[in-house]
Design a protein around this ligand. Structure first.
Ligand SMILES: [Zn+2]
Length: 405
């Protein structure tokens, strides 16, 4: 997923936000991994807070530490494998921080809503920090990070439903086996907490409250699916099978005449980019050590593509080595290995050219993986008067919407 906005800190921003619903059933709360494998962090809060030994909703009286002083930095670190909060050592391997109303805490400079769970890793040398947040405040922090908040209201609503669906799919598919559901980065979908919120993103989230997309599953049931989205498809969205390897009826790829008029030309058609061959080889071998069996990498070329007429997206890359052997990578995996930010090598709609000491990528179109909703296309449809339902049924054909709470 791609964060479109870079928002600065705005801790004191006043928003017209309805009362945050904190009493929603615990199974709907979202667990966002904010810090992974750290040894310390700093917390502040505009309201008093309690620290408990575990997370139970509705809350029962298990408060171990009560901190009444507000706006004072609270240092959290590990001492002898134990969480230590404002100098008080905490028994057990976890602690949960519950700020009072308005339920906002600041972690290392950024504001988030909800609670903060700290879990010591098995090695006793580091801990993870996980934001436990009801779905609507979570989504308010996603929509404003994934789309400019001045975009059409119907595009923002489509984004809210797609993001809610994606979140609940990931939660169901992966969350059950770990202590968190989603990362806050483009690896899942970008979440910037309170800093990404605005009155308009809150409206989009609340007007679609509880609504998700579903599709027919292989067992015949109607359930949520991974409703991927990306910035600019370049003219045709892509079948998920070619990018992520999964297969759902709404993720088949559709023509998109909408993003070209909304995206800036320099983003829709990206300029030639080249990477040093030694650097590319190094990145590939580090991420895919089995490629060492090929010897020195001597050729990188397209081995599969989706042909959509004037647009062709690479789907498979062949890598040939000096000992004559070859191997294949999904084009999207290749792209994000060569450029993990995805900001230079923006998409796999491009040509690959062997150019002296460089691999050059030409004739690039679009930005992102291209699966599911095209965000610039959604804005284009909304500007033409389409509503959120129409946008979603266009980019996710054969999907339906339903309310889950
Ligand atoms: Zn598009």
């Amino acid at each position: 997923m791609l964060g479109l906005l870079s928002t600065g800190g705005c801790k004191s921003r006043q928003l017209t936000v309805p009362t945050i619903q904190m009493d929603i059933e615990s199974r709907f709360w979202v667990r966002v991994l904010l810090l992974d494998d750290v040894s310390s962090c700093t917390l502040t809060s505009v309201s008093p807070l309690s620290v408990s030994k575990d997370w139970i909703i509705p809350r029962t009286r298990t408060t171990k530490i009560r901190i009444e002083k507000v706006d004072v930095p609270i240092n959290i670190k590990l001492i002898n494998g134990r969480l230590t909060i404002t100098g008080q050592m905490f028994a057990g391997n976890e602690a949960v921080i519950f700020p009072d109303d308005p339920y906002i805490f600041n972690l290392n400079g950024d504001d988030y809503r909800g609670n903060l769970r700290l879990i010591v890793n098995p090695n006793g040398k580091s801990f993870d920090a996980i934001n436990l947040v009801p779905p609507e405040p979570y989504l308010a922090g996603v929509v404003g990070a994934e789309m400019p908040d001045y975009w059409e209201a119907e595009a923002l609503k489509a984004q809210a439903i797609a993001a809610r669906t994606y979140c609940f799919y990931i939660k169901k598919r992966f969350g059950v086996n770990r202590t968190w559901d989603v990362r806050q980065t483009a690896a899942n979908q970008v979440y910037r907490g309170v800093n990404a919120e605005s009155t308009r993103t809150w409206k989009a989230v609340n007007h679609t409250k509880g609504r998700v997309l579903t599709c027919r599953q292989t067992d015949g049931t109607q359930e949520v699916f991974p409703s991927y989205f990306s910035s600019t498809c370049g003219g045709h969205t892509e079948n998920s099978t070619n990018v992520f390897g999964d297969s759902f009826e709404p993720l088949i790829g559709v023509p998109c005449p909408y993003c070209e008029t909304v995206a800036k030309p320099k983003f829709f058609f990206w300029p030639m980019i080249r990477f040093d061959k030694a650097e590319v080889a190094d990145k590939l071998l580090r991420k895919y050590p089995t490629l060492k069996k090929l010897g020195k990498i001597i050729s990188i070329s397209p081995a599969g593509w989706s042909d959509y007429g004037k647009i062709s997206r690479l789907t498979k890359i062949e890598i040939v080595g000096s000992n004559g052997k070859s191997d294949f990578l999904k084009a999207e995996d290749f792209r994000l290995t060569v450029d993990p930010t995805g900001r230079k090598l923006k998409s796999s709609i491009c040509q690959i050219v062997n150019w002296d000491n460089y691999w050059a990528f030409l004739s690039g179109r679009g930005w992102g993986h291209g699966v599911g909703m095209c965000q610039y296309g959604a804005e284009g449809m909304a500007r033409e008067g389409k509503n959120a339902e129409q946008i979603l049924s266009y980019y996710y054909p054969a999907s339906r919407t339903k309310s889950i709470y």
